[in-house]
Design a protein around this ligand. Structure first.
Ligand code: B16
Ligand code: MG
Length: 216
């Protein structure tokens, strides 16, 4: 087991600001269903798999749809989303996070990524960050997405780390709950009230004192 804590980063909303595109895409789908998806409801979709997002939306709308319509809506949402992120590049990396990861690596922390997105590897290649991580776990690697901790458990195994010696950086309540379930230190990034379940909350990476996490 390693001396320094392993850092596990979320992608959408932590490394790049793609959450707004997920929200815009779901709003288009909801409009088609005659439903107005609010920002508050969208907080509950953050970190949640595409499939589970649509299930939640259908609960909110009280609509019953066929399996084929369900699949069609998932495909349509992803098509809209991919179009919106088509021009993504390294200028879309959120300020401070790349330096934070570089420092972590220089100081011998293992660095992993766990995103619920099935598009995570595509996004990482667009951001030119693919080579930065010792392990990458995404929506294709897990059976159960956040708030289930499966992806974090896989990331800890791939980096040969004890879960209690891992620090999770997340913008979603679902991700924080997942990390808490297996006793990881959870750090909320952003200003959503939903992040209060985290061990610590910071507005952004520039606010974080790197030495805070070198105590294990
Ligand atoms: P996709 P993260 C999550 O990514 C997003 O927060 C969430 O809004 C999205 O529904 C989910 O990925 C699935 O994404 O449709 O691209 O497979 O925050 O865990 O990096
Ligand atoms: Mg996220």
């Amino acid at each position: 087991m390693r001396k320094f804590p392993t850092f596990i980063f979320d992608l959408d909303g932590v490394i790049t600001n793609t959450e707004k595109y997920h929200y815009q895409s779901w709003r288009i789908i909801c409009n088609d269903l005659g439903y107005n998806l609010t920002k508050e409801q969208n907080e509950e979709l953050k970190g949640v798999s595409r499939n589970k997002c649509l299930l939640k939306i259908l609960q909110w709308t009280n609509l019953n749809i066929s399996q084929s319509k369900f699949e069609a809506l998932l495909n349509k949402k992803n098509k809209i989303y991919l179009e919106k992120i088509s021009k993504l590049n390294s200028s879309n990396i959120i300020d401070g996070v790349q330096d934070f990861i570089k420092n972590a690596k220089e100081q011998n922390h293992s660095v992993a990524l766990y995103s619920s997105s099935k598009n995570a590897k595509f996004i990482l290649s667009k951001l030119n960050l693919h080579g930065f991580f010792d392990a990458i776990v995404d929506g294709n690697s897990v059976r159960a997405s956040k708030p289930d901790p499966e992806g974090f458990i896989i990331a800890s195994k791939l980096t040969n780390s004890d879960p209690s010696n891992c620090v999770v950086f997340e913008d979603s309540e679902a991700g924080i709950i997942a990390g808490n379930k297996i006793n990881m230190t959870t750090v909320g990034i952003g200003n959503s009230i939903k992040l209060n379940v985290a061990s610590k909350v910071f507005k952004n990476f520039q606010e974080i004192k790197f030495k805070d996490f070198q105590i294990c």
